[in-house]
Write a protein of this length. Structure first.
Length: 262
């Protein structure tokens, strides 16, 4: 349900501490992503990063860690809609070459989160309320009928194992961690839809969900109370599914998709 918005006074993405939500496994001393094994000078790019670590990390691992950090920065509004960011500048922030940053940004461009600006870098897409409402509508068309079908066929004990995922959304909301909330929100929905046994549906729905979490253009940051309200809907929905109260499930599922991401 939470729509994510660019907040006022955000730090530039390449400023120190601009990516506080990078995954724990991606952090090394000095808050740097592990050094890419290919020397920066081999690409003719200038960098101030530290020399490569003795045990180099494979490129796909570095790229994945950078991609996770960039996604968190987008959700949290650290990367500001409309602004252009260069791969070398972001690479210097992470302590890696521009190449894994560029590769991660290309992936984000495919997802619609950024746009390629030739010879400059990548501009964060300016996504307004109408586009987010359209994404919510498409998600509802996919997820609502599936959830209602599952509510009629999945036994209570299988719903009960999803309790930790619902609790994780509440925990993230309680501290106002929007990036962690976005991750736990998607994890909950993904687990619910996985019960359908349709892997293609899960993949499509998760991609739409991720797209709906990018920040609004110049919208106010989502307040902690709003996150808590959204998280409470996960808990209430799970309670209704366990109780097999189809009337309440139908009302909650439809409400969960009205007007926002969730």
């Amino acid at each position: 349900m939470e729509q994510g918005s660019a907040r006022e006074g955000v730090r530039p993405a390449y400023a120190p501490g601009a990516f506080p939500h990078a995954p724990a496994e991606s952090r090394t001393p000095g808050n740097r992503v592990p050094q890419d094994r290919v020397p920066e000078q081999a690409r003719g790019e200038h960098t101030h990063s530290e020399p490569p670590a003795p045990r180099a990390v494979q490129r796909h691992s570095v790229r994945g860690q950078v991609l996770d950090a960039l996604r968190s920065a987008l959700v949290d509004g650290e990367l500001v809609p409309g602004q252009v960011y260069s791969a070398p500048a972001l690479g210097a922030r992470f302590g890696v070459s521009a190449t894994p940053v560029r590769e991660a940004m290309q992936r984000l461009a495919v997802e619609g989160a950024v746009e390629v600006v030739p010879n400059r870098g990548f501009r964060v897409s300016e996504r307004g309320p109408r586009e987010l409402a359209e994404l919510a509508e498409v998600r509802a068309l996919i997820e609502v009928p599936v959830m209602l079908r599952l509510a009629r066929t999945v036994p209570a004990h299988r719903w009960s194992v999803l309790r930790p995922l619902a609790d994780a959304t509440v925990a993230a909301a309680a501290v106002g961690d929007r990036a962690a909330y976005a991750d736990s929100d998607r994890a909950f929905h993904r687990a619910v839809l996985t019960l359908s046994g349709n892997e293609q549906l899960v993949t499509v729905a998760d991609e739409l969900h991720r797209r709906s979490q990018w920040p609004l253009v110049a919208g106010p940051a989502t307040r902690r109370a709003e996150l808590l309200a959204d998280a409470a809907e996960h808990t209430a929905l799970l309670d209704a599914l366990i109780a097999q109260d189809l009337t309440v499930v139908q009302a909650l599922v439809r409400e969960h998709f009205t007007g926002a991401d969730g």
